[in-house]
Ligand binder design. Structure first.
Ligand SMILES: O=P(O)(O)OC[C@H]1O[C@H](O)[C@H](O)[C@@H](O)[C@@H]1O
Length: 317
C-alpha cells in the first residue's frame, strides 16, 4: 500500500496504465486504467462525480454551489451529526438541518491503491481516498453549536472490476465525555427516467412517511415506483441491499455496510421548484436519493470509542 497526497500514479511497480490521483483547487480526482473515475470536493468531502463505463452515476444539480457557500445539491453529501432539523432539547439542537459535515472544509489525508492493482488481474485495481474532519477544523459557529471532540475519517474507494464505489465513515470520540450522533450518506443517483424506475429491496420494512403525516407504515410491496414526491425514512431494514432498476434492468445496487436505515427521497415538481439550487426544474425526473444511514434514534459513543458504517454501490452501466 502506498500513501501520497501529491498528484501521482499509484502502484509504481506495475507496468502499463495505472490508477492515478490528482488533487488541486479543493478537489481530488482519482482515475482507474479502465477510465472509471471519482471526484470529491473537499467542501463537505462531497463526492460530486462517479463515472463508470464513461457514464455518470450521480446526479448533481446544474445550480449546485461548488464554491463552499452552500451544501452541494447532488452527489453524496454527508449528513452528520444530526439528520433533518435537529430535535429541541438535544445536544444537536443548535445545528443546521443535516448537521455540519456537508458544509465543513475537510482535509485530504491521502490515497492508497490495492496490492492487486495490476491489469493482469483483469482490471481489479482500486483506489482509496481518505478525508478527515475534526473539531479543530470546524467553523467557529459549529464549534460552539456542537462542542465535542470528534474525529471523522471518510474513505472513498473506487473499485474497477465490479464497478463499485465504496464510501465509509469512521466516527471516533476523542474527548472525555460521551456524545450522540446520527449519520447518513445522502446519495443523489442519476437515472434516465424516474417513471421507468423501481426501487427494490425495502419490502416488509417499516418507514416514516414525511410527505404524508410523519406516520409509520409498512412497505407492503417488494418494489416502489416513484410517481410523485417521496420522502420516506425506512428503519431496521432486513435486506442489506436496495436496488434501482430501470426499464426492468438493474441500474445500481446500494449495499449497506453496518447500517440498517435508508431514506428514499424525490422532491418531484413543487419541491424542486422551491429549491433555488435545484436545476433544471424537471431534474427530479433524472434522480432519486437512496440514502443509507443510522437515523433511527442516536448512536452513542463513549470516550475512546469508534464507530463505522457506509455503503458499497455497484453500477451496472
Ligand atoms: O434540502 P436539504 O437540507 O439538502 O434536504 C434534502 C432532503 O434530505 C432528506 O432526504 C430528507 O429526508 C428530506 O426531508 C430533505 O428534504
Amino acid at each position: 500500500m502506498g500513501r501520497s497526497n501529491k498528484p501521482t500514479p499509484l502502484s509504481p511497480s506495475t507496468t502499463g496504465p495505472q490508477p492515478s490521483v490528482h488533487s488541486e483547487q479543493g478537489r481530488v480526482v482519482a482515475r482507474l486504467p479502465t477510465g472509471d473515475s471519482v471526484e470529491i470536493l473537499l467542501y463537505g468531502a462531497t463526492v460530486i462525480s462517479w463515472k463508470s463505463n464513461g457514464k455518470e452515476n450521480l446526479w448533481v444539480s446544474k445550480a449546485a454551489k461548488l464554491d463552499g457557500s452552500k451544501p452541494v445539491r447532488g452527489g453524496v453529501p454527508i449528513v452528520f451529526p444530526c439528520f433533518g432539523p435537529p430535535p429541541k432539547n438535544h445536544a444537536t439542537s443548535s445545528l443546521p438541518q443535516h448537521g455540519f459535515a456537508r458544509s465543513s472544509h475537510w482535509e485530504y489525508l491521502g490515497s492508497s491503491s490495492s496490492e492487486s492493482g495490476s491489469l493482469a488481474r483483469g482490471g481489479d485495481d482500486s483506489i482509496k481516498l481518505d478525508f478527515g474532519l475534526s473539531h479543530a477544523q470546524l467553523s467557529e459557529d459549529a464549534k460552539k453549536q456542537w462542542p465535542y471532540a470528534f474525529g471523522l475519517v471518510y474513505s472513498v474507494t473506487l473499485g474497477g472490476k465490479e464497478r463499485t464505489l465504496q464510501t465509509m465513515l469512521r466516527v471516533s470520540n476523542q474527548g472525555k465525555e460521551s456524545w450522540e450522533f446520527q449519520m447518513l450518506l445522502h446519495s443523489y443517483f442519476g437515472v434516465d427516467d424516474i417513471t421507468r424506475c423501481q426501487i427494490n429491496g425495502l419490502g416488509s420494512s417499516t418507514y416514516i412517511d414525511k410527505v404524508l403525516d410523519a406516520s409509520q407504515h409498512t412497505q407492503s410491496t417488494p418494489s416502489i415506483a416513484i410517481t410523485g414526491e417521496v420522502d420516506r425514512v425506512y428503519t431496521s431494514i432486513k435486506q442489506d441491499t436496495t436496488s434501482i432498476v430501470e426499464n426492468g434492468k438493474p441500474r445500481l445496487d446500494i449495499q449497506r455496510d453496518r447500517l440498517v436505515d435508508s431514506v428514499v427521497w424525490n422532491p418531484w415538481i413543487e419541491k424542486a421548484k422551491g429549491m433555488s439550487d435545484f436545476e433544471p426544474k424537471d431534474g427530479y425526473k433524472n434522480m432519486v436519493c437512496v440514502e443509507v444511514g443510522a437515523v433511527d434514534g442516536w448512536q452513542r459513543l463513549e470516550p475512546g470509542e469508534t464507530w463505522e458504517g457506509g455503503q458499497i454501490v455497484r453500477s451496472h452501466l
